[in-house]
Unconditional design. Sequence first.
Length: 147
Amino acid sequence: MKRHILPCMMGLALAAGPAFADEARTPPPTETYYAPQPTGCDLVRLKIYFEPGTATLTPFARDAIGQVSEKLSGCSVQRLNATAIAGDSSGEAPVIGLAEDRRTTVMNELLAQGIRASDVAIDTDLGNSVMSRTVDIELQTVPARVS
């Protein structure tokens, strides 16, 4: 009889193990959980600077556009305003061409980063100083709707 008591006790202990394990788990939350609303779905302004006489993005400008793309995760861009300013070229015709090339470069990078707008407005400014070599971006955003 003594030989059978120890194996029976071991069997009962193993059978009761899962019941004790359930009590050790944390119970599910009883309070309602609300997912946080995306922050940053506001008006976003971005100023991209260029080296004199070029329409090539600098690494800093690419990083800035990438950070805006991350910030706008969960947002929908309703309107995009892009104003190209080029005052660093001689003669009016080259200035307009350079400004348009810069705007095209920035718009292509925005698309590559996944930033698209349902309404786009573009403008060109000839600038009035040598330091006027930017593309100013304004993004009007709202929280994205999932349908």
